[in-house]
Design a protein around this ligand. Sequence first.
Ligand SMILES: NC(=O)c1ccc[n+]([C@@H]2O[C@H](COP(=O)([O-])OP(=O)(O)OC[C@H]3O[C@@H](n4cnc5c(N)ncnc54)[C@H](OP(=O)(O)O)[C@@H]3O)[C@@H](O)[C@H]2O)c1
Length: 297
Amino acid sequence: MSDRQLTHRTPVAVLGLGPMGRALAATLISAGTPTTVWNRTPERAGPLVALGATAAPTVTGAVRAAPVVITCLRDPAAVDAVLAAHDDWAGRTLVDVTTGRPDEARALADWAAGQRVDLVKGAILTPTPTIGTPAATALWCGSRSGFDAVRSVLAAFGGTPGYLGPDPGAAAAYDMALLDLFGTAVSGLTHAFALASAEGIAPRSFARYAAGIAPMLAEMTARFADQLTEDRFPGDRSTVASAGAGLGHVIATTDAHGIDSGVLRAARSVVEQAIAAGHGDDGLARLARSLAPARPA
Ligand SMILES: NC(=O)c1ccc[n+]([C@@H]2O[C@H](COP(=O)([O-])OP(=O)(O)OC[C@H]3O[C@@H](n4cnc5c(N)ncnc54)[C@H](OP(=O)(O)O)[C@@H]3O)[C@@H](O)[C@H]2O)c1
């Protein structure tokens, strides 16, 4: 719908001033972008007004102030509530960076099409301190013309804005898989600290060795990607059966301390299913294929 390239001087409205919304708004203000902010709890706008933002008392006031509206809210239900608070969105470019499911993003795109709104859907992958720096990473999808129009606005957030394609659910799809990795990794990390503590190991002593796992995972990530692409799972370094035995020892040790071992039992269940299907001698990337069959990219 958009047919013009907007600049960093184009007014932008930011709806939602949690930690991320505040970081985005502050970055826009620093870039010289005329920025209007709105938040359900109005007091949060104060520090941004001190930096140069205009606080709108209502969603309607914010939307009327800017052709580009960024929504950065708790969840898609909050986005729906905020969108419903204004009744004429036609002609706006909506940049929604609220975390949610791919199907929710596609439903938002249906709403946008009905309202003659250009929807750019984003997923911010890095925390607030990265915003406005080269370390920021965000994925964008949805309207191509909308993305091209707001590219220079998004550039203020840092990193290199990457466009995945027109599917409005694409950024959320990456985000969900990456949050899957992050959530289970944090669960493993906190569980490991708990088990180490139960064994009398001081947190800093444990950290000295635990920190070595992260580079191992980085190498495994690239290797697993190759193996899944090539559909081959050599067990030359380690096998599914061996990993299952290791998990059994950890579960027994955890249980002996009375620590919840549910997260480990879930992992072992996946291993056991792969072994039952005859993949015990395969490498660990096999577990991803056992969980879900290959789909054409
Ligand atoms: N923080 C990060 O590092 C980070 C990183 C990547 C992605 N994100 C994503 O960015 C989005 C915002 O995150 P956040 O960290 O800024 O804080 P958040 O706690 O997830 O969201 C807070 C914002 O949502 C608003 N809100 C919640 N329910 C609402 C409703 N029903 N109606 C209107 N407003 C509502 C809050 O308003 P009130 O102030 O009135 O409560 C506040 O503005 C989330 O989707 C998050 O997943 C955050």
